[in-house]
Design a protein around this ligand. Structure first.
Ligand code: SAM
Ligand code: DTB
Ligand code: SF4
Length: 334
């Protein structure tokens, strides 16, 4: 029987999640911030830096993605990077204050030789003192175990949207395929990073259903990235409507309430958000970001801008080991 007093649940009903989305904004944010303070330092934000280690020419048809071979987005394809280049980028990220380095590859799933090359990168990035994360597409049990053995700390694999809306977004792999990968990763003992995208024409019920799916996994993902769609010209979703920033904040707040221990990441889309919207996301319980001027193939705020925003909000980089932490904590004149 679930403990009615425990906020850690895996039995959320859709109507309960929808009811959270429908709360008056102030009530929702108060509840989310209350949960947040019970489980996290309210003024610390975990920072990860991304690197696309293999870019473009992906056989999948994800309608949001500039890297699918099916859409003409003008992106230049690039083969799997050399280890030394990856390590140089990881060092730069560490020296700028990132604590986790996430390597992304535009694959449906990694092939044997490529997986070995990534495994080698993981070991050496870890040796720099960084947490390691990878997002390489679908994995089976043996591949997950190989990555764990190489020292992988986190694997990112998103459900992206609700099971009901999924068919409008991707046709080349099923929702169940995604859940199977998450299970393999979890069984191998790797931390799970799993979230989705808002602004793809989904309904509020779809957002509730996506968060319900994540919260009702056997264990909550340690990291929950909430992305706002980046409308890349040439992708089928390039002309989607603007998302109301307050609807985005609501989704962060509901994720925080449903998954109290998780790091909720304010992920892609920050270049299109005001500082004030981002501040509301932190108030709603977001405590992680992607840091550095590039996501995978698209832009992200300048590090100077983020450092200034952190200073204005009195936020600290969680677990940073370098001078940037002090810089981010300094008071900067507005
Ligand atoms: N190819 C791998 C896969 O899909 O499993 C890993 C890389 S993929 C680019 C990682 C995630 O980035 C996607 O699942 C999606 O949630 C997010 N993403 C990709 N393009 C995006 C966009 N235009 N806007 C927002 N998020 C995006
Ligand atoms: C996630 O949820 N968001 C990141 C990361 N996981 C891999 C990727 C965002 C990609 C945005 C589009 C691009 O830069 O290509
Ligand atoms: Fe390929 Fe991943 Fe982009 Fe889908 S999201 S097209 S699988 S790179």
């Amino acid at each position: 029987m679930p403990d009615a007093n425990s906020p850690i649940r895996h039995d959320w009903r859709l109507d309960e999640v929808q009811a959270l989305f429908e709360l008056p904004f102030n009530d929702l944010l108060f509840q989310a911030q209350t949960v947040h303070r019970r489980f996290h330092d309210p003024n610390a934000v975990q920072v990860s830096t991304l690197l696309s280690i293999k870019t473009g020419a992906c056989p999948e048809d994800c309608k949001y993605c500039p890297q699918s071979v099916r859409y003409d987005t003008g992106l230049e394809r690039e083969a799997l990077m050399d280890k030394d280049e990856v390590l140089a980028a990881a060092r730069t990220a560490r020296d700028a204050g990132a604590t986790r380095f996430c390597m992304g590859a535009a694959w449906r799933s990694p092939k044997g030789k490529d997986l070995e090359r990534v495994a080698e990168m993981i070991g050496e990035v870890k040796a720099l003192g960084l947490e390691t994360c990878a997002t390489l597409g679908m994995l089976d049990g043996a591949q997950s175990q190989r990555l764990r053995q190489a020292g992988l700390d986190y694997y990112n694999h998103n459900v992206d949207t609700s099971p009901e809306y999924y068919g409008e977004v991707i046709t080349t792999r099923t929702y169940q395929d995604r859940l199977d990968t998450l299970e393999s990763v979890r069984e191998a003992g790797i931390n799970v990073c799993c979230g989705g995208i808002l602004g793809m024409g989904e309904s509020v019920t779809d957002r509730a259903s996506m968060l319900q799916t994540l919260a009702n996994l056997p264990a909550h993902p340690e990291s929950v990235p909430i992305n706002q769609l980046i409308r890349v010209p040439g992708t089928p979703f390039e002309n989607e409507d603007d998302l109301d920033p307050l609807e985005f904040v609501r989704c962060i707040a509901v994720a925080r309430i449903l998954m109290p221990h998780s790091h909720v990441r304010l992920s892609a889309g920050r270049t299109d958000m005001s500082d004030e919207t981002q501040a509301l996301c932190f108030l709603a319980g977001a405590n992680s970001i992607f840091y550095g001027e590039q996501l995978l193939t698209t832009g992200n705020p300048d590090v100077e801008h983020d450092q200034r925003l952190f200073a204005r909000l009195g936020l600290q980089f969680e677990g940073a080991k370098c001078a940037t932490e002090a810089a981010a904590g300094d008071t900067v004149e507005a």
